[in-house]
Design a protein around this ligand. Structure first.
Ligand code: APR
Ligand code: ZN
Length: 260
């Protein structure tokens, strides 16, 4: 089988974006590592340092100690660091600026697509967003920075200022279902797009990882940009195993040239 160079693949993906009208970009933690936020399954990633079984909703609700432990994990893991978008996020926002973006479907909770300029209504956050903390009793919502200031875990996890209820980050824990409307919107856009580009995801967590499958089944082309192999590489039209920042910015530079 003829092995294509990275340059050739970048040229082919450039052609696909130029020809497309409804591009879905599907992202995972790998799109944010160049912003300093660790991913989960790379060597040294979060699940190398913390136990995912601790991160279930059952554990979170079971006691103030496990809640404090999970708040500590969120802080120490770097997952809620105040990070800046990197070149990959900017390139993805450029797809929207060119009027070609259907939506971004992200598994990330870091709000970096919005910070890079993607319209919030075009970013479907399957696993929630760390920007907000919700009271499980009275549903009051608090911006994370306000809570982070008060986070003194020695005296236990934060509680609601209005009703002293349990405060939970507005993210999906293992054992919780994904936000139903966000999920159905994401599935619909995946089924209606003409190109899906998966960036920085190991594609091992469901139902998120079905999105490229829905796109392929609907006749769209699928591109995977990921440092390491995924189980969907055989199904993809192009696979580029390089850093997202470099690849996505080179692709969008080429698209810009072609469209100007
Ligand atoms: N450029 C391209 N790919 C990268 C980069 C980079 N700079 N850095 C890491 N990667 C790749 C890794 O090789 C890995 O395959 O990104 C992928 C990230 O995979 P995961 O760490 O499994 O993250 P993700 O796919 O988003 O995980 C999905 O699992 O634990 C849950 O809720 C968590 O949303 C998360 C979900
Ligand atoms: Zn409350």
């Amino acid at each position: 089988m003829l092995v294509k160079s990275v340059d050739e693949k970048i040229g082919l993906v450039t052609d696909m974006i130029v020809e497309s009208k409804r591009v879905v970009v599907f992202t995972g933690a790998g799109v944010s590592t160049e912003s300093g936020i660790p991913d989960f399954r790379s060597p040294g990633g979060i699940w190398d340092r913390f136990d995912p079984d601790e991160f279930t909703i059952q554990r979170f609700l079971s006691s103030a100690e496990t809640r404090a432990k999970q708040w500590r994990l969120l802080i120490e893991s770097g997952l809620i660091a105040d990070a800046r978008p990197n070149a990959a996020h900017v390139a993805i926002a450029d797809i929207e600026r060119m009027g070609k973006l259907s939506c971004v479907i992200t598994q990330n909770i870091d709000n970096l697509h919005q910070k890079a300029g993607n319209s919030p209504e075009k970013v479907f956050e399957l696993h929630g967003n760390m920007n907000w903390v919700v009271c499980l009793n009275c549903q009051s919502r608090y911006p994370l920075p306000d809570i982070r200031k008060r986070l003194n875990l020695e005296s236990g996890p934060p509680s609601c200022a209005k009703c002293s209820g349990i405060l939970k980050p507005d993210v999906v824990f293992f054992g919780e279902s994904l936000p139903p409307v966000v999920l159905s919107d994401a599935v619909r856009h995946s089924r209606e797009c003409d190109l899906l580009i998966a960036v920085g995801s190991s594609l091992v967590v469901y139902p998120a990882a079905y999105m490229p499958v829905y796109a392929k089944e609907a006749g769209a082309r699928v591109v995977i940009v990921n440092l390491t192999a995924t189980s969907y590489d055989m199904m993809a039209d192009e696979v580029i195993n390089r850093k997202a920042g470099e690849v996505m910015s080179r692709i969008m530079e080429a698209v810009q040239k072609r469209l100007s």
